[in-house]
Design a protein around this ligand. Structure first.
Ligand SMILES: [Zn+2]
Length: 361
């Protein structure tokens, strides 16, 4: 049986680790031992990601569950406070870390119940990743060849239990640099080329916010100039494009590059462009076995499944890149990445129920 008290105890324990991105060693040592005690064959790669395998019936296909071990900051010395109504918060000085400890405890409880009750299942693979919060850099170099599953559930979504995201965007960081020419602003301003003025003109031609229903653009950072009395010779503009269509995201990046090229052209300036593709968009079909299995698992747990899309990246983007059909599922986290983050005993319990139903389907 799913044991709420056990889930909450595990949650409190995992929250007590300082596990901000890049500092996952302690929580990872603990989880490695725990998975091993639960009968999984475990491995930790050189980056710090944990892989576990619980062998099951070969005639039932393998299934992968994944959550990440890191939290955003402020996440040091955090503690879970359990309120009378079942709500669980931090002390408001740090995040709670339900993102993604709620996912970790759901998977652990599922494994515990399976072991305790000797429930039948196929091969269960577990991937606990590091550095998810920095554009999933932890799994960027992961050896996905070791994963046998073609179906995956990434427990890393906020909102009510039963929610799941079938699609996620491409996320591209772009950097535009305008190179002008410095000169003294009082003695000889005309011999300078004003990089800030040129950049301002280009920026004014870029739409921030929604470009269409799939795509957003944001100029997020601008750095340039050296002194009030110097014509600035360099400005660096950094921004982000998100789109549920990878092509649309690339098109926007080209469009922005063109605007800057045009702006520098007539002014004798020069521009530099750089893009970094952090994530590539994917969409898992509503008719896929992965989604059908999730809907069944929710029904079995007395919850209605709600399919949707997310505008954030997750380790599921990585799985999709490697041909593994996954979805991101709600596991009991709200107001994530804030000190008002919370979960509840009820949500953690329901999430474990859904996870167990998935594993034993
Ligand atoms: Zn997360």
């Amino acid at each position: 049986m799913i044991d709420s008290d056990r889930i909450v105890n595990e949650f409190v324990k995992l929250v007590s680790f300082d596990s901000e991105t890049g500092n996952e060693k302690e929580i990872s040592d603990y989880l490695l031992g725990l998975l091993s005690d639960l009968g999984l064959e475990v491995e930790r790669d050189s980056i710090g990601n944990i892989y576990g395998l619980l062998t099951g019936d070969k005639d039932r296909g393998p299934i992968l569950f994944s959550s990440h071990m890191d939290t955003v900051s402020p996440g040091r010395s955090k503690k879970a406070i359990i309120h009378d109504n079942g709500k669980i918060t931090s002390d408001q000085k740090t995040v709670l870390g339900a993102d993604d400890i709620s996912g970790l405890v759901s998977i652990i409880e599922m494994l515990r119940v399976i072991k305790e009750e000797g429930l039948s299942h196929g091969d269960i693979e577990v991937l606990f990743s590091v550095q998810e919060e920095s554009f999933c850099s932890g799994t960027a170099g992961y050896d996905f060849d070791r994963i046998k599953s073609k179906q995956a559930y990434v427990l890393d979504l906020s909102g009510p239990i039963g929610g799941c995201a079938l699609a996620a965007p491409s996320i591209i960081t772009f950097t535009e640099t305008v190179y002008g020419k410095s000169a003294h602003s009082g003695f000889d301003p005309e011999s300078g080329i004003h990089a800030i003025a040129i950049a301002a003109k280009a920026i004014s031609e870029i739409t921030n916010g929604h470009i269409d229903e799939d795509t957003t653009v944001n100029i997020g950072l601008i750095e340039g100039g050296s002194a009030p009395n110097i014509i600035p010779d360099k400005v660096v503009i950094t921004g982000e494009i998100r789109s549920l269509s990878h092509d649309k995201a690339l098109k926007q990046a080209d469009h922005i590059e063109e605007i800057f090229n045009k702006a520098v052209e007539d002014m004798g300036a020069r521009s530099g462009h750089e893009i970094k593709i952090n994530f590539k968009a994917y969409e898992t079909s509503k008719d896929s076995d992965t989604v059908k299995r999730y809907i069944r698992a929710c029904e079995k747990s007395g919850i209605r499944a709600q399919t949707g899309k997310t505008f954030g990246g997750s380790d599921n983007n990585r799985l999709a890149e490697h041909g593994i059909e996954g979805i991101v599922i709600s596991c009991g986290m709200n107001n994530v990445h804030t000190t008002n983050e919370y979960t509840s005993v009820q949500d953690l319990t329901m999430s474990a129920m859904v996870t167990l139903a998935l594993a034993t389907d």
